[in-house]
Design a protein around this ligand. Structure first.
Ligand SMILES: NC(=O)C1=CN([C@@H]2O[C@H](COP(=O)(O)OP(=O)(O)OC[C@H]3O[C@@H](n4cnc5c(N)ncnc54)[C@H](OP(=O)(O)O)[C@@H]3O)[C@@H](O)[C@H]2O)C=CC1
Ligand SMILES: C[C@H](CCC(=O)NCC(=O)O)[C@H]1CC[C@H]2[C@@H]3C(=O)C[C@@H]4C[C@H](O)CC[C@]4(C)[C@H]3CC[C@]12C
Length: 293
């Protein structure tokens, strides 16, 4: 190694270390105190856990899903946990008027908004694509278009608060997995929409952060039911997942990967060796356990 390399390599390493690790703010739960937060898909699963964490941190919460009875139970528990306030509005995100109504409700309640956590998904399946294009259309409305609609409606409030949009996505929005064609389409759509929107926010000096959350398998009831016996990766806990999502949003991170090993590493492989990645994915699925109906 010549002298120039002996000087350059450590220098580059130092610059990269300073760039990536300087100014990294430490998360503190009090960052969420009194923050006004919408959480969608909060009647169960990861969204429910996000609501409970925010309640313990003293946020104002507006949660939404379709099942009113479940939302009432979650709101009651949020108040027990110490939420500054907790309200719900129930309806389907298949209806863009409802998606807009959720944001309007927040404006009526609080006169503003600090964080929009887009988490809900419509029912789909973990199976070979059944060529049902109507299902793809419906899932694009629920899992993608409603996210865009809510973000557009909430933008004036988020601009005045310097707030955050948190988009819950998946490894299925970064890599093509079998048996998730409709679902994966909606997650890739989120990637394109929000990564492009983030560029425009920077160019227009709009101080609203966009955090994409790339999740692997999480131990929610619906996911466990969908993949039982087919997808061998151990699921991660929904409680910890929810906390990582909140941390990524309030720290205004571009992306969070959870669990890191099972999401970031495969994403790197996707770019370095896509065919090899695809091969390993196909090999990791227990095809025999897939009910062939
Ligand atoms: N669990 C996992 O393994 C992974 C999950 N993720 C992502 O995490 C997020 C949450 O997933 P998870 O907690 O497992 O999902 P769940 O199925 O547990 O919860 C889905 C939530 O969305 C609501 N919902 C369903 N349909 C509609 C609808 N039409 N309109 C409005 N709300 C609706 C449900 O309530 P209700 O039925 O009452 O409407 C529920 O609150 C999703 O974005 C998912 O893609 C990403 C990777 C892995
Ligand atoms: C098929 C699941 C959707 C279950 C559903 O219909 N929920 C709504 C309801 O029941 O009302 C998928 C939800 C999460 C998916 C998993 C995920 O996103 C992580 C992995 C991503 C990878 O690309 C494929 C395998 C995953 C485990 C993926 C499998 C399908 C879900 C469980």
């Amino acid at each position: 190694m010549n002298l120039r390399q002996k000087i350059l390599i450590p220098l580059v390493g130092m610059v990269l270390a300073i760039y990536f690790y300087s100014g990294k703010e430490e998360f503190k739960p009090e960052m969420l105190k009194e923050k006004r937060v919408i959480v969608t898909g909060a009647s169960t699963g990861i969204g429910e856990q996000i609501a409970y964490h925010l309640a313990q941190m003293g946020s104002h919460l507006l949660i939404t899903a379709r099942t009113e009875a479940r939302l009432q139970q979650v709101v009651a528990h949020c108040l027990e946990l110490g939420a500054a306030s907790a309200r719900y509005i129930n309806g389907s995100m298949e209806d863009m008027n409802f998606a807009q109504a959720v944001v309007k409700k927040a404006e009526e309640l609080w006169g503003g908004l600090d964080m929009l956590i887009l988490n809900h998904i419509g029912k789909s399946y973990f199976h070979y694509f059944n060529r049902d294009i109507e299902h793809v259309q419906k899932l694009l409305n629920i899992n993608f278009l409603s996210y865009a609609t809510m973000s557009v409606s909430a933008l004036p409030m988020l601009k005045s608060s310097g707030g955050s949009i948190v988009v819950v996505s998946s490894l299925a929005g970064k890599i093509g997995f079998p048996w998730t064609v409709p679902y994966s389409s909606t997650k890739f759509a989120l990637e394109g929409f929000f990564n492009s929107l983030r560029q425009e926010f920077v160019m227009q000096n709009i101080n609203v952060s966009i955090t994409l959350c790339i999740l692997g398998l999480i131990n929610t009831e619906s996911a466990m039911k969908a993949v039982s016996g087919i997808y061998p990766i151990p699921p991660a806990p929904k409680e910890e997942c929810a906390l990582e999502i909140i941390k990524g949003g309030i720290l205004r991170q571009r992306e969070i990967y959870y669990k890191y090993m099972f999401t970031k590493i495969p994403t790197l492989f996707r770019d370095w060796a896509p065919e090899l990645m695809d091969y390993f994915i196909r090999k990791s699925f227990n095809v025999d356990n897939l009910n062939q109906d």
